[in-house]
Ligand binder design. Structure first.
Ligand code: MRU
Length: 364
């Protein structure tokens, strides 16, 4: 997608073929910076502190991390260590495990001398596949937006967190139908949940929609239900970090509340789901998906652009009050209207997912 008129992906191979580069999302939206990642430890740090974030992008970053470990030491022990260190960075997005298992499976079958080249090439291929998956999610989601536009002109989408191109290699998942609708000339407008505590909506989704010229409005997390009651939301589109085989959806904290409000107001609630985000090993999302608990400081402080132009952490909670910071929640399948995948729209049921993916799927 475009940044100040220049095409970018969120992650790419360095020209020298020895490292990879990212957009450092911790400095957005106030400062656009790219960063070269040279070691697997630096890749792990980038995931842990959320320089890169979003389930698909975490997976691609981990794949590149394994490649860098292979450059420095292509032994089995090194492969195992990189796998373990990278897997431990964040617990909820299953794309991380998917990418690491893909890399380990392929590399362990190869002679050591071939491992780095193969790993680097496979990382780039996973990134390219992610772009195609997201492009197809957009193509399958577009008719939903077009049908609304044909009925009432403007389409009001509500989204939560950032499931945009910054959270993937390109296009995004929840934003892909939006970008494709906008590119096709539909009048699409996005309500952007700010998404406390880290403000992925206010900081990242708003920034990328603005860069692409998509009309949008940032709202506080609590405004969505009110807007739905007043007919201001036509459809909710979110991303996901992990979907269990029965269709339960884990996503950024607060997604569940939006699904409840959507259900109460007959607003369709769709989840944009790339297949590497399906966890075929579990069939009860609420009981089985590990929910990341992050540092309390994310609740008490966030980076702010001060009136004097300085960017600094601002405290926004009364000093000394205890805080809790569960980073994800699970929306039961019964509240999900449909899962927009790269192969089409599935019902949020075991049968719905199996029907689309029965003929083999890399994440199974
Ligand atoms: O904690 P984050 O910012 O990594 O959480 C991201 C989300 O919850 C996204 O909605 C999800 O990963 C899907 S990204 C296409």
């Amino acid at each position: 997608m475009q940044v100040d008129g220049v095409s970018y992906r969120s992650i790419w191979s360095s020209d020298d073929g020895q490292a990879f580069e990212i957009i450092d999302q911790t400095s957005l939206p106030f400062d656009f910076r790219t960063k070269r990642i040279d070691t697997y430890e630096a890749a792990a740090e980038a995931i842990r502190v959320m320089r890169v974030r979003g389930a698909p992008l975490i997976g691609v970053t981990a794949a590149y991390g394994v490649a860098l470990a292979m450059r420095d030491d292509p032994s089995d022990q090194s492969l195992e260590l990189a796998y373990k260190v990278l897997l431990a960075t964040r617990p909820t997005a299953v794309n991380l495990r998917w990418a690491l298992e893909d890399m380990r499976g392929r590399l362990s079958a190869l002679p050591k001398a071939q491992r780095f080249d193969a790993a680097f090439a496979r990382s780039g291929a996973i990134a390219d596949e992610d772009v195609e998956i997201n492009r197809n999610i957009g193509a399958h989601g577009l008719p939903l937006l077009r049908a609304i536009a044909e009925k009432k002109g403007r389409v009001n989408v509500l989204t939560h967190c950032n499931a945009g191109w910054l959270a993937t290699t390109d296009w995004g998942t929840a934003t892909s139908p939006v970008y494709q609708a906008h590119n096709a000339g539909l009048d699409v407008h996005v309500w952007v949940d700010e998404t406390r505590p880290r403000n992925q909506g206010a900081f990242l989704t708003a920034w990328e929609l603005k860069q692409h010229g998509v009309p949008h409005t940032v709202i506080v997390d609590n405004a969505g239900g009110h807007l739905m009651q007043h007919g201001e939301v036509d459809i909710v589109l979110t991303g996901t970090d992990r979907v269990s085989a029965n269709g339960d959806v884990c996503n950024k904290i607060g997604t569940y509340l939006k699904a409840l409000a959507a259900d109460d107001n007959n607003v369709p609630f769709y989840v944009c789901l790339p297949s590497p985000t399906i966890d075929w090993r579990i069939s009860d999302g609420l009981a089985e998906i590990p929910i990341e608990n992050r540092a309390g400081r994310e609740v008490t402080h966030f980076n702010a652009l001060l009136e004097n132009g300085e960017i600094a952490p601002a405290q926004v909670v009364s000093t000394g009050s205890p805080v809790a910071n569960p980073a994800f929640d699970v929306t039961p399948a019964r509240l999900v209207t449909g899962l927009i995948t790269e192969r089409g729209i599935a019902g949020a049921t075991a049968e719905g997912l199996r029907t689309l993916f029965e003929h083999g799927h890399a994440a199974a």
